[in-house]
Each structure stands twice: as C-alpha cells, then as structure tokens.
Design a protein around this ligand. Structure first.
Ligand SMILES: Cc1cc2nc3c(=O)[nH]c(=O)nc-3n(C[C@H](O)[C@H](O)[C@H](O)COP(=O)(O)OP(=O)(O)OC[C@H]3O[C@@H](n4cnc5c(N)ncnc54)[C@H](O)[C@@H]3O)c2cc1C
Length: 394
C-alpha cells in the first residue's frame, strides 16, 4: 500500500479544520476525513477568546468571524440582587490584537475555514468517511476508512485525531479517557427576546450565581442563549418540553413570564482528559483529547490552541527544521495546560455559580477594584495565561 505524503486528519470540526488551515498555509498537504455527509450544523460553542482570534487571524479567519458574529468586550457576574462585577477586556488590550470575545456559532468558523481551504491545492476533504481503525509502524500510520458499506485502508506519515469526544482514533489507540460526568445535565434555551430591554445593566455575557438554580445569558447574533443546570430527577422528555422551558425562563427576569423560544438543547457534561495526547505517529486534539463543562467557553478554544501548537511543530518536523522529538512537546505542554487550567478553571467556574465557594463574590469585587488583579484575572479567563504557561513548560 503506498504511503501518501500528507497529514491525515480525522474530523472536520473546528479543531480539525484549524489544524488543516495551519498545515496547508505552511505548504504541508492534508486530507481530512469527516464522518458526516457535510459540516455539522449544531449550535454548540459560541465564544471565541482573544488569543484564539489572534490565532485565527494568522490565516485570515478572524475578520470574517467578527463580521458574522458579535463583539463582546465585557462580561459580568451577577446575583439576583444585581451586578457583582463587570470586567472589560480593554484592560489587557496591550496583550492581544482582539481585546474582546467574539460570540459566533462554531459552525460559522468551520464554514469560513472550509471555504478558504477548498481553494488550496494541498487540501482534500472526504465527507461520509469515518476513520474506523488505526494501526501504525515505524514509518507510517494506516487508517481503515468506513464509508457506510465499503471500507478502505490508506496510509500516511501522521494522523491527527480531531474526531470529537467519542473519538474512534482514541479508542483504536486504547487511550484511557479518565475523569467524570456531572450528575446534572445542562439545558440551553435560545430566545430572540432582547434582555437589554429588561435588564438595564446586562452585557452580552452575563453569569448569574444562585445556590438554587444558576443560569447564564449569552448573546449571539439575533438570539440570546440561556443555560440552566438540571437535576437528575427531571427526565429528558420533560426537560425538552415547552412548559418546562417556560417555567425556567420565568425565573430569569422578574415580571417577564413568556418568551419566544427558538430552540432548546439538552446535553450531558463531562470532565475528562486523555491519558496521552500522542501515540507514535498519531495525535489527539480538541474534544478527542479533553472535554470540560462549558462555563468559561474553554472547550473549543482549548482545542484550537491544541491544533495550533501541534501543527506548528509538525510543520517543523515535516520540513526537517526540527527533530521528531519536538513533537513530544505537544503532549507535555497541552496536556499539562488542560489539567492545570482548562479543567481546573471550568470546574471552579461551575462551583462559583453554584455559590459553593462562599468567598466568591467578595473575591470578585476585590479583583475588579484592583487593576493588577483585574489583569491577572482577565489573562486567566481569556486563556492567555495558559498559553504563556505552556510556552514556559518548554
Ligand atoms: C451546547 C454546547 C455549548 C458549548 N459551548 C462552548 C463555548 O462557548 N466555548 C467553547 O470553547 N466550547 C464550547 N463547547 C464545546 C465545543 O463545542 C467543543 O469543544 C468543540 O466542538 C470541539 O471541537 P472538535 O473539533 O474537537 O470536535 P467536534 O466539534 O465534535 O468535531 C468532531 C468532528 O469529527 C467528526 N467525526 C467523529 N468521529 C469521526 C471519525 N471516526 N472519523 C471522521 N470524522 C469523525 C464529527 O462528525 C465532527 O464533525 C460547547 C459544547 C456544547 C455541546
């Protein structure tokens, strides 16, 4: 079987396509295998952090995303009594070319990336093609492709498994995905209701801490997404009913009982990290390597940071500018960061909203009142601190 002189990528989600974009712009040919018949259309991640926008800018994907999205320079924490603190990314404008979050659905990014990649002669994509199995030897990685009836075996030098949380690549390599699943599920209710008309000082990203039922409001173009935790006692059918959404939404703004509801999404939330991000000629990135709760919007962003870190090194090894050992730094840096920052911060964010940390409001106010603490905090939540730490790890 011939060895294709390309990098194979499993999965055309945001992480797989960012990896493809960063490799092809360096002249390295890639083939992306996507199990679905087309790019996913689900409404999932919708927050792009400042350093992620800086990265996307390297292949001209930030500007169109900003055009199709919504700029959110501020975020805030509230209780039912009002604002605890509002933070503005302007305080770290010297550290990023994009001192704001962009609120845009992740399917907008994947479409922007695919549109750009299609014109690149080094890029190929095969839809309806699942990477079902992976084997490797000293010189190549061999994938078994499942096209829903027919199978084919193909070989290349390297494989990036960006095939999401249920990664077949991870399973084929036998890599443990240790961690836990939260007992509660999260329900996202999307509504065209303009919360600015009802909550005077609300900003586009607004977290409400409450010991009984917290929620957060996230504005995307044309809609607000409201996310609630649900206990195990509520079954899926009830959770997805209109009546149940009405009951939850009635608790968001005093005096507003009825909302138009565009759609509701219910999902389980996990905190898991793969034991290894690299096995020989195969790498895991994005949800295939780690999953976390969505509080703080770090899942997709962390995955994009993985893809950029990995492909920059892979390009150097491909061209002979660096030895193969360079690739070990990917796992050393990104796995440590995932454990130290992404998992830790997302769990802390959840505890804060549940009011499980009694000092939270006082600490947040102290942070907001002190410019240096504000900067340190913003570096952390914007994921700039994690990138700096990764670089220090060598
Ligand atoms: C409701 C919700 C809200 C979220 N909000 C945020 C947020 O605000 N910010 C944030 O950063 N993160 C958020 N996340 C997480 C975010 O959506 C994921 O982290 C992100 O999608 C991961 O991207 P990925 O490319 O790694 O995987 P995916 O987006 O899951 O893409 C994987 C792709 O691989 C394909 N595939 C699967 N198996 C195979 C195979 N064997 N072979 C070939 N192709 C395969 C799939 O069809 C899919 O297209 C949210 C998640 C949910 C569910």
């Amino acid at each position: 079987m011939p060895i294709e002189e390309r990098v194979f990528i499993a999965g055309a989600g945001p992480v797989g396509l960012v990896a493809a974009a960063n490799l092809t712009r360096r002249g390295i040919p890639v083939t992306v295998f996507e199990a679905g018949p087309a790019l996913a259309e689900e409404s999932r991640a919708s927050t792009f952090h400042p350093p992620t926008l800086d990265m996307l800018d390297e292949f001209d994907a930030a500007a169109p995303l900003i055009t199709q999205g919504l700029i959110a320079p501020q975020f805030q924490y509230r209780t039912r009594d009002g604002v605890i603190a509002t933070f503005d990314f302007a305080a770290i404008a010297d550290a990023t070319r994009h001192p704001f979050r962009v609120q845009a659905e992740q399917f907008k990014l994947t479409r922007i990336l695919l549109d750009r990649l299609i014109g690149n002669p080094g890029f190929r994509i095969e839809f309806g093609t699942r990477v079902a199995n992976v084997e490797q030897d000293a010189v190549a990685v061999h994938v078994t492709l499942d096209r829903g009836g027919s199978t084919e075996r193909r070989s290349a030098r390297w494989l990036i498994g960006a095939d999401g949380a249920r990664s077949d690549v991870r399973r084929a390599l036998g890599i443990d995905f240790a961690g836990f699943t939260w007992p509660e599920r999260f329900l996202v209710v999307s509504t065209p209701f303009d919360f600015r008309s009802a909550i005077a000082d609300v900003v586009s990203v607004s977290y409400l801490a409450d010991p009984v039922r917290w929620h957060f409001l996230l504005e995307i173009p044309g809609l607000w997404r409201v996310m609630f935790p649900l206990t195990e006692t509520i079954n899926d059918e009830e959770a997805l009913s209109r009546a149940f959404a009405d009951t939850l939404m009635a608790g968001v703004v005093p005096g507003v009982a009825k909302y138009d509801i565009a759609h509701t999404t219910l999902y389980k939330v996990h905190q898991r990290v793969a034991k290894n991000f690299r096995a020989g000629r195969v790498f895991l990135a994005g949800d295939a390597a780690h999953v976390n709760n969505p509080l703080g919007g770090m899942g997709m962003n962390g995955g994009i940071h993985d893809a950029m870190n990995l492909t920059a090194r892979l390009a150097e090894v491909w061209t002979g500018a660096a030895p193969e050992a360079e690739l070990n730094r990917y796992e050393r840096q990104r796995r440590s960061i995932t454990l130290e920052y992404i998992e830790k911060q997302s769990i802390e964010n959840k505890r804060n909203l549940e009011c499980a940390n009694p000092d939270f409001a006082a600490t947040l106010k102290r942070t907001a009142a002190d410019p240096q603490r504000t900067r340190d905090y913003l570096f952390r939540v914007a994921m700039i601190a994690s990138l700096r730490r990764a670089a220090e790890l060598g």
